[in-house]
Design a protein around this ligand. Structure first.
Ligand code: 5AD
Ligand code: SF4
Length: 438
């Protein structure tokens, strides 16, 4: 029988990458991917725990599967990922969402095939959310998403315990993969035709801590793998970036000159309560250094607005920081309380309305800066890796510059997977329009 699996992924690139492993394992037990959950014999929700909104969405979506399960009793519903690793979530699902068959956490990913086989027979609610972080399971099959970019995890977990963040609790302590295993995976992806490699970790700069292989050394080797035309990585923690890393980046043409460097906020007192391990001054020095090594580097960041105790005055320091750094992209979030983290017990000093106002101000300022930066791209000719057809218009192709800027242009689908020179004709706030330059 041709069985079908539908996977919905929430949250970060790490989850996307885990879902590619789920798809790989599923195909070994006879499931092929499908895009419509109504067709599926197995539905997997791979969840995110970073903010409450994402969790509410998951609960809503699990609830909505009730009818489907009633109409199709053999349907297996599995919920996995970071949220399952939180206290009480598995119990709540068992109690409230009786149509769910399997709940498993991030540490049980490698057991996926066994869990599904168990669910294919007579079974009770199947749950595997034990916190047994520390192991790395190599050799899981991967069914990569189609396209030109492949993600490769280099480490798992996080030791930083930023006071707002749940990741260290749900993903466990930092553990790095062996360099040889990473290089082998990169080589295979390149041989399969993937042109761009994204190295993934919660804090890539602490890769290999305690061994003689630093992230910079790893990156240096990845850059030497045949067929790898572009390399990106995320996420870098500002407290751990080394000069050696900037040097390696600047030395290799195929390492993209792009840095995602989450600052979270621009005020020193708040940074300290967040347990970030740097000051704004230290952060500015880092940005200056990166730009000294690579004058064209694009820089992006994450910002949290409304961290408990942040005053309106302190928020002004974040606005000031945006004006000084002038990021190419900012991912901004309103603080979301996560039970069990130190910040969950800290008091607010401003109202939710004020937080929203501050958040909107931040967007306004950043949109202006983005538009100003992008307008400097007019008439530039840039190498663009063509990723695919535009979702809205089949005649239009989309790709990215070395710095990661999205470019749209008219062209033939035969260009997909190639690096093409594009002349930018019309910069917009979020993307650049251009034409093929011959
Ligand atoms: N509330 C809001 N944003 C958060 N992030 C992490 N935890 C929280 C939280 N509790 C943001 C940070 C991080 C990004 C991945 O998510 O900015 O860098
Ligand atoms: Fe969360 Fe901080 Fe670790 Fe990033 S570095 S995953 S924000 S604890």
């Amino acid at each position: 029988m041709n069985k079908k699996i539908y996977i919905e992924t929430y949250g970060c690139q790490q989850n996307v990458s885990d879902s590619e492993k789920i798809a790989g394992m599923a195909s070994e037990i006879g499931y092929t991917l499908c895009e419509d959950k109504a067709e599926a014999d197995l539905i997997v929700y791979n969840t995110c725990a970073v903010r409450e909104n994402a969790e509410l969405k998951v609960y809503g979506n699990i609830g909505a599967l009730k009818g489907l399960k009633r109409a199709k009793p053999h349907l297996i519903i599995a919920v996995c990922g970071c949220m399952m690793q939180e206290a009480n979530v598995a119990d709540r699902i068992k109690r409230v969402y009786k149509h769910v068959d399997i709940v498993f956490g991030t540490h049980a990913l490698h057991k996926f095939k066994d869990l599904v086989r168990q669910a294919e027979g007579e079974h009770d609610f199947i749950v595997d959310v034990e916190d047994i972080s520390g192991e790395i399971h190599e050799g899981l099959p991967i069914k990569r998403n189609e396209g030109v970019c492949a993600s490769v995890s280099i480490m798992y977990g996080c030791n930083n315990f930023c006071t707002y963040c749940i990741v260290p609790y749900v993903r466990g302590r930092e553990r790095s993969r062996r360099k040889e295993d990473i290089i082998a995976e990169v080589r295979t992806a390149a041989q399969q035709g993937y042109k761009e490699i994204m190295l993934l970790g919660q804090n890539v700069n602490s890769y290999g801590k305690g061994t003689d292989v630093s992230f910079a050394k790893l990156l240096d080797e990845v850059a030497g793998v045949e067929g790898v035309e572009r390399i990106r990585f995320m996420t870098s923690h500002p407290k751990d970036i080394s000069e050696e890393l900037l040097l390696v980046m600047s030395r290799h043409d195929n390492i993209c000159k792009q840095l995602h460097l989450p600052v979270q906020c621009g005020n020193n007192r708040v940074l300290k309560t967040m347990n970030r391990g740097y000051t704004r001054e230290k952060y500015f020095t880092l940005i200056d250094k990166a730009r000294e090594y690579m004058p064209d580097i694009t820089i992006s960041t994450d910002i949290i607005v409304g961290f408990p105790g942040e005053t309106n005055e302190e928020f002004e320091d974040t606005i000031d920081l945006l004006e000084r750094v002038r990021y190419d992209t900012v991912f901004s979030f309103i603080y979301s309380k996560r039970a069990g983290t130190p910040a969950a017990t800290m008091e607010d000093v401003i109202s939710p309305e004020e937080k929203k106002e501050n958040f909107n101000r931040l967007l306004e300022v950043q949109n202006r800066i983005c538009a100003e930066i992008n307008s400097t791209y007019k008439d530039k000719i840039l190498p663009v890796l063509v990723e695919g057809e535009s979702k809205t218009d089949a005649d239009t192709l989309t790709g990215r510059t070395d710095g990661g800027k999205l470019v749209h242009f008219k062209g033939d689908a035969a260009l997909i997977g190639k690096i093409v020179n594009i002349k930018i004709t019309e910069p917009k706030t979020w993307s650049l329009m251009g034409e093929v330059y011959e």
